[in-house]
Design a protein around this ligand. Structure first.
Ligand code: NAD
Length: 260
């Protein structure tokens, strides 16, 4: 379905980003994996994707908290793959604290990585997509791009910002063959959520099942986590021809959370 397309997935050495990269590769796209580290296992993950799916897969180190590195990632990916047709802004971090206790440097980091990085990568990727007359941008927002929760001020602000940024990019490029959409997952069991489970177990002195059932999945009417693979397939659909007229919108994969 995506044979010959060239994709970047930011923050793709773990969790949802890795599943998105694997899914796009399974559909035939060449992919750039990204994180901020310089680890052999990250290059090995790219090699494994290349070997499994018979596509080109390259790891490019770039710190999504730094504007220059965001833009440089697009340049390096374009050089490595021979262009960029698909940009998936997935890198994200979480910090949980009430507003009055929220460390200002954590606020800045969450806004930089979860929101501003998408602005910088899009700014760098759009000119070539406009010239080609084809492009797909998928921003991984969250149910928290549509709803709020206590103690997640920076994350909720960043994800609402991602949804707004998505709409503007869609409108500015509506006649250019480029779509831009946001996927809004509910809870997905990844390292980011595992840390929240462990923190809540310690803070509230509760067992894991109780934390998952009473403090997390009570928000999701299905009472089930979404899976990273389901997010990957949703992104692949938004990159397909079937989704050519879907732009500037959000697609929730949240077990009914935001239907409430
Ligand atoms: P994760 O912690 O498993 O993975 C995050 C990825 O981002 C990792 O590869 C990490 O290395 C990378 N990353 C972190 N900081 C970076 C930086 N400065 N520069 C480059 N890469 C960086 O998290 P996840 O749960 O897979 O989350 C992925 C995205 O999905 C995030 O944007 C998150 O907000 C969003 N999301 C997650 C859930 C969930 O329940 N897990 C729900 C909704 C939205």
């Amino acid at each position: 379905m995506l044979a010959g397309k060239k994709a970047i997935v930011t923050g793709s050495t773990s969790g949802i980003g890795l599943a998105i990269a694997q899914t796009l590769a399974a559909k035939g796209a060449d992919v750039v994996l990204n994180s901020f580290g310089d680890r052999d296992e990250d290059r090995a993950a790219a090699d494994e994707i290349a070997g499994t799916h018979g596509v080109k897969a390259v790891y490019v180190k770039a710190d999504m908290s730094k504007p220059d590195e965001c833009r440089d990632l697009v340049a390096k990916a374009g050089a490595a793959l021979g262009g960029v047709d698909i940009l998936v802004n997935n890198a994200g971090i979480q910090h949980v604290a009430s507003i009055e206790n929220f460390p200002p440097e954590r606020w800045d980091a969450v806004i930089a990585i979860n929101l501003s990085s998408a602005f910088h990568t899009m700014a760098a990727a759009l000119p070539a997509m406009q010239q080609a007359g084809w492009g797909r941008i998928v921003n991984i927002a969250s149910a928290h791009g549509l709803r709020a929760s206590i103690n997640k001020s920076a994350y909720v602000a960043a994800k609402h910002g991602v949804v707004g940024l998505t709409k503007v990019a869609a409108l500015e490029n509506a006649e250019a063959g480029i779509t831009c959409n946001a996927v809004c997952p509910g809870f997905v069991l990844t390292p980011l959520v595992e840390k929240q489970i462990e923190d809540l177990m310690a803070e509230k002195n509760l067992d894991r099942d109780t934390v998952v059932r009473d403090l997390m999945l009570y928000k999701q009417p299905t009472r089930e986590f979404a899976t990273a693979d389901q997010i990957g397939e949703t992104v692949a659909f938004l990159c397909s021809d079937a989704a050519a007229q879907i732009t500037g919108t959000t697609l929730s994969v949240d077990g009914g959370w935001t239907a409430q």
